[in-house]
Design a binder for this molecule. Structure first.
Ligand SMILES: Cc1cc2nc3c(=O)[nH]c(=O)nc-3n(C[C@H](O)[C@H](O)[C@H](O)COP(=O)(O)OP(=O)(O)OC[C@H]3O[C@@H](n4cnc5c(N)ncnc54)[C@H](O)[C@@H]3O)c2cc1C
Length: 430
């Protein structure tokens, strides 16, 4: 059956995308401009599907470090004034108040002192249910399974072509808030089609690349330790310079490395490799014992070895290291793990210490869109008014969330951006 096209309703405000940013933009629009009619359009079967998977289903809503002076180093954006302006208007305290007003009680996770804030229910499902309750209380109209394929503007009105149930429908609106997200986990809805819609309206898109995903390495240690998760300190070295460091979980996998620590490194690797900068040398240098200095480690080993000369090298490490890691690091240092310590010399001890304190893993690539948590790149922030989130190019168009060229560290910074920018876009439409 051929597709028919119908002319549909007019709404004062249409919000394209019902993720964290779009839902919040709709709530904010209705709270600040109750007289306006508001429609959310989303192409999947439910709103907030990425919120549901965030924080492994626990919803890492925000991060306490957003309230600290150095919060800016957690974000990447072509025009940092946009971040300054948005978080000055709707920062950490406002995000907390937004959720408390919805009745959602929050707590800060203590692990690694990393500032992650979760709902006390640890349930993203509950968070989404309460956000949708609020949309309904405020009278926001929701259209799911509705894919927007074209946006134009004429006579001061936006015209949106929406494909729903195999029919093309036309919607018109005075204001359009674009919250179509990035390109990662396309099965959850954000498939990058939003970039094309915004490009057609005249905006420039900085080439999107997957961020916060696993990294690929051919180092045998990854294969040998696959499945082992350990808390380490590590640095990302790009062309000889330290790009980023941190202490967090590292997971070895069959193809390379993963885990929160690596996710925070991955945007730097991805922007190099996936934007075509060939010849770049990238290493992750791991310190498996971040709480012990080299000197302390050397003294510890010497004491162990003097006292128990018949012990195997690997067993002499079991008081401080995971057994599998100890054995693999010995082998990587060219040492037979079952050799007795009395048979090895100072140089070998140094080699072991070097492997434990500064193991260099060469990185050769990143995993792609299906395994990365968010997107680096997107609509250039320079084309957006930092005070209002209005497009400088198209009157009546506002942008928020991941569709903009803003990405943050893992730990609640990306959702924070989505809530904050969504709330302001909804509030500041004129
Ligand atoms: C596995 C995973 C875990 C994560 N964990 C965390 C975390 O713990 N903490 C954190 O801060 N961040 C986390 N993130 C990132 C965070 O979820 C996103 O940055 C945030 O949800 C982005 O919100 P958004 O509203 O901008 O975009 P999205 O949530 O992607 O929403 C965009 C919406 O637009 C719709 N859409 C797109 N194009 C069209 C179109 N053409 N027509 C109609 N609808 C369209 C999509 O269906 C989608 O629902 C995680 C992401 C993933 C994938």
């Amino acid at each position: 059956m051929g597709k028919s096209t119908e002319t549909e309703n007019y709404y004062d405000v249409i919000i394209l995308g019902g993720g964290a940013a779009g839902i919040t933009a709709a709530i904010s629009t209705k709270r600040h401009h109750p007289q306006l009619s508001v429609l959310i359009v989303d192409q999947t079967f439910a709103l907030g599907r990425k919120i549901l998977v965030s924080g492994a289903g626990r919803c890492n809503i925000t991060n306490g470090n957003l309230a600290k002076d150095d919060w800016r180093k957690r974000y990447y954006c072509d025009t940092p004034q946009l971040l300054d302006s948005v978080f000055a208007q709707f920062g950490y305290n406002e995000i907390i108040a937004y959720f408390e007003d919805l009745g959602i009680k929050l707590y800060e996770e203590q692990k690694n002192n990393n500032g992650k804030i979760f709902p006390i229910t640890d349930s993203a499902k509950n968070v989404v249910a309460l956000l949708i309750d609020e949309l309904q209380r405020l009278g926001v109209v929701i259209s799911i399974e509705s894919s927007c394929t074209k946006v134009t503007k004429s006579n001061s009105l936006f015209q949106l072509q929406i494909n729903k149930e195999n029919r093309h429908r036309l919607f018109t609106s005075k204001y359009l808030i674009c919250a179509t997200g990035g390109k990662t986990y396309p099965a959850l809805g954000s498939d990058g089609s939003g970039y094309d819609l915004i490009k057609d309206l005249g905006h420039a898109i900085l080439s999107p690349v997957p961020a916060a995903g696993p990294l690929i390495s051919k180092d045998r240690i990854c294969h040998e330790l696959q499945g082992v998760k350990t808390n380490v300190s590590a640095s990302l070295i790009i062309d000889g310079k330290i790009q980023k460091s941190g202490i967090d979980d590292l997971l070895f996998t069959q193809y390379g490395v993963s885990g929160s620590l690596i996710f925070n490194f991955s945007r730097h690797v991805s922007t190099k490799f996936n934007r075509g900068e060939s010849g770049t040398k990238i290493f992750v240098v791991v310190d498996f014992l971040p709480t012990i200095t080299r000197l302390e480690l050397s003294k510890y080993l010497q004491k162990q070895w003097d006292k128990r000369p018949g012990q195997t090298v690997v067993n002499s490490l079991l008081g401080i290291l995971n057994a599998k890691i100890a054995s693999v690091l010995c082998r990587q240092g060219g040492i037979n793990p079952v050799k007795q310590v009395k048979d090895i010399n100072q140089d070998v001890q140094k080699a072991i210490i070097e492997k434990i304190k500064a193991y260099k893993i060469e990185i050769v690539g990143t995993k792609g869109w299906n395994e990365s948590e968010f997107t680096a790149g997107g609509v250039r922030a320079a084309e957006i008014n930092p005070k209002t989130l209005a497009s400088y190019l198209v009157q009546g168009l506002y942008l928020c969330g991941e569709v903009i060229n803003v990405d943050g560290d893992v730990g609640g910074f990306n959702l924070s951006w989505a809530w904050a920018s969504g709330y302001l876009a909804g509030k500041l439409i004129e």
